[in-house]
Design a protein around this ligand. Structure first.
Ligand code: PLP
Length: 424
């Protein structure tokens, strides 16, 4: 049996206890976890890297698009699939709901299990009672996943969308939003972290400002769950959508939507089915739906994948075991290292990600002065780096994502490639 299969078996064995114990380099996890020593810290992250089947043939710097799962997550999906198929059963699809709720500090009845971020956006955009004359505020840096559901509802219902471009600092951004608010504004529907430049918007302050004026707040959190410690109650938004397949390193086809309980009867459940209702009948005498369950489960329904749910639950446990503040600190330190490296290159490029500490996290975007972004993309690919190009908002930029399986050496090698591209 190959090492890899051995490893999977070992990881599976440890899922019930510690997800990481099977691979500790020194056997002293707690020491590793609390280490202040750089060498030990580096050793710890090497241990983490070994948990990923992610190839060493190229350097992966594109977690913002898709987060490669570690072995325990893959094993959780596989083993649940095998277990259920051995029995011909279908239990377990609920298993990720509570861990996810705890992970973002929401009560479980405020969590709907979706299949991706976009589904959560659609539920809110379609479910809110918006009409002609209303206004929705968005950014000029949206991903299609947030842009299209709102544009579609604008087309169907005739409301207006008003747009701002996030500014370099949180204060300036708040002012830009404030300038757009008026008595027709009904919703602010923006990303927590932009997909274009990794710009972290001042979500708590925006929610406070909006709520003072009775405006609803929806955040597209595709880039926040699993990259920063998330607390939706502290943020204070009404709705929050995200996915399992990016920074949470979970399976594709998983996601969640947080809906504050006060909004259950405001957001109409457009699609419902088994588990959404409190009773129904279709007979020759009666055709009734008695109502919706008194929780966010009203927005999801029918048979879902228990295997994926188990994978997502395991992804959350994996993150919790490392500790989200440590995940955030490490991943951001790599992005900061890259940002500093690029800033020290002495020209030849423009960094698009804000400098302000609170406005950036684990992605850095930049463009070269003298090389079209697609040419750099080709060069990066030839040199075995997987990066993301950013044509959105006509930025024509390059985006780098850093996560827990990356390291300083990869960042420095990538910087050297940028330097080579600039110097020709
Ligand atoms: C900011 C943002 N929102 C939404 C999405 C769409 O996410 P999903 O594929 O989970 O629907 C993405 C995907 O990259 C994104 O970056």
């Amino acid at each position: 049996m190959s090492d890899r299969r051995n490893f999977i078996k070992k990881s599976a064995f440890t899922v019930a206890g510690s997800l990481l114990t099977g691979v500790s380099a020194s056997g002293k996890e707690s020491h590793f976890f609390n280490s202040k020593n750089t060498q030990e810290e580096d050793a710890f992250w090497k241990v983490i890297r070994k948990q990923f089947p992610l190839t060493y043939e190229r350097t992966y710097l594109n977690n913002g698009t898709i987060g490669p799962s570690p072995y325990p997550v893959l094993e959780a999906v596989r083993s649940k699939m095998e277990e259920l198929n051995a029995l011909g059963e279908y239990y377990g699809q609920e298993d990720s709901r509570k861990p996810l709720a705890d992970f973002i500090n929401a009560p479980v009845h405020e969590i709907s299990l979706t299949h991706n971020t976009t589904e959560g956006v659609n539920i809110i955009a379609a479910g809110l009672p918006l009409k002609r004359g209303d206004e929705v505020i968005m950014t000029s840096h949206e991903h299609a996943g947030n842009a299209l559901p709102w544009l579609n509802q604008k087309k169907l219902k005739g409301f207006e969308i008003r747009v701002f471009t996030p500014a370099g600092t949180a204060d300036e951004t708040l002012n830009l939003i404030n300038d757009l608010l008026n008595d027709r504004t009904r919703v602010i529907a923006i990303p927590h972290i932009t997909c274009t430049t990794g710009h972290v918007l001042p979500v708590q302050q925006i929610a406070d400002m909006a709520h003072e004026k009775g405006i609803w707040v929806f955040y597209d959190g595709a880039h926040a769950a699993g990259s920063i410690a998330l607390n939706v109650k502290e943020i204070g938004c009404d709705f929050y959508a995200s996915c399992g397949h990016k920074w949470l390193l979970g399976p594709s086809g998983t996601g969640f939507l947080y809906v504050n309980e006060e909004m259950f009867d405001v957001v109409q459940a457009g699609f419902i089915g088994a588990y959404s209702d409190t009773g129904w009948e279709i007979s020759e005498e009666r055709q009734t739906l008695s109502g919706y369950v008194p929780d966010a489960h009203r927005y999801d329904y029918g048979t879902q994948s228990a295997a994926l749910s188990n994978g997502l639950k395991t992804a959350v446990e994996f993150m919790n075991e490392i500790g989200m503040s440590r995940v955030e600190q490490y991943s951001k330190s790599l992005a900061t290292r890259l940002r500093n490296n690029l800033a020290n290159l002495d020209g030849g490029l423009e960094i698009l990600t804000p400098e302000e500490e609170m406005s950036r996290s684990t992605m850095v975007a930049f463009r070269l002065t003298d090389m079209p972004y697609r040419d750099f993309g080709k060069l990066a690919s030839e040199n075995k780096f997987r990066i993301r190009l950013v044509p959105e908002s006509k930025l024509n930029a390059i985006r780098i994502s850093t996560h827990i399986y990356n390291n300083k050496n990869e960042i420095d090698r990538f910087t050297a490639l940028v330097e080579k591209a600039i110097k020709g």
